[in-house]
Write a protein that binds this ligand. Structure first.
Ligand SMILES: Cc1cc2nc3c(=O)[nH]c(=O)nc-3n(C[C@H](O)[C@H](O)[C@H](O)COP(=O)(O)O)c2cc1C
Length: 211
């Protein structure tokens, strides 16, 4: 089995934002999907250990910003590469709040989607929130939506540590199950310290899968 075959699924990219008990946070997700029309349900799936998931659990609502091809990689890295437990991700970011006081970003985004959680599904490492859409509208960007594949190509082009597979390696490869970064360091993956974290999305060694 080659799990990179799943990269052919045309995921979109989103910023999931939430305010709970005065704390504001957001993270990048690729797991937003429309499920039904009437009622209008959308699901999002988050790693349980993410701070965003902790806040959604408390608030039971969130706002999605739909990422476009105009969205800078630096913004995706900003929201997808560090945890709100360590930094205030909204400190220097211009944002708007929806009717539930959850934050979304207008600049370079295609749309916002506000939702209230109606069902929570435990998926061991992750939690899936099914939400009813309470408001949604277009935003200023007229660019195409950025897919996960677009993101991988863009990251590879910039020469940053991106999620493309290294071309020559005799060693077993490991992929981050959260952001699809493929480990390409000099030290064999198995020998990395237990506190190694993914350089793209900051998640622990334990979320990596062998290819
Ligand atoms: C392209 C990309 C896609 C991601 N998709 C998801 C996702 O669907 N669910 C998730 O929980 N984390 C996802 N992540 C990882 C989180 O954005 C990342 O772990 C973030 O640092 C969590 O921040 P928080 O602790 O402030 O919530 C993704 C990251 C990237 C770069």
């Amino acid at each position: 089995m080659d799990i990179t075959a799943l990269y052919k699924i045309s995921y979109g990219l989103f910023i999931a934002g939430v305010e709970a008990e005065g704390k504001l946070n957001a993270c990048v997700i690729n797991t937003a999907t429309q499920l039904t029309v009437t009622p209008l349900y959308v699901s999002v799936t988050l790693l349980k250990s993410n701070y965003t998931a902790e806040l959604i659990e408390k608030k039971q609502s969130l706002a999605l910003s739909v990422i476009s091809m105009d969205t800078p990689l630096s913004l995706i890295q900003h929201f997808g590469g560090k945890s709100g437990r360590e930094v205030d991700k909204f400190k220097d970011i211009t944002y708007t709040v929806d009717e539930n006081n959850n934050p979304y970003i207008e600049n370079t985004m295609l749309a916002f989607i506000s939702m209230k959680v109606v069902k929570t599904i435990d998926l061991e490492t992750h939690v899936m929130y099914i939400g009813e859409v309470t408001n949604t509208d277009h935003l200023a960007s007229t660019a195409a939506p950025m897919t996960y594949a677009d993101y991988r190509h863009k990251s590879a082009k910039t020469g940053k540590k991106g999620p493309e597979a290294p071309t020559v390696s005799n060693e077993k490869q490991y992929v981050c199950s959260i952001c699809h970064y493929i480990y390409d360091g000099d030290v064999p993956f198995e020998e990395l310290p237990e506190d190694y974290v993914c350089p793209v999305c900051n998640q622990p060694k334990s979320v990596f899968d062998a290819l």
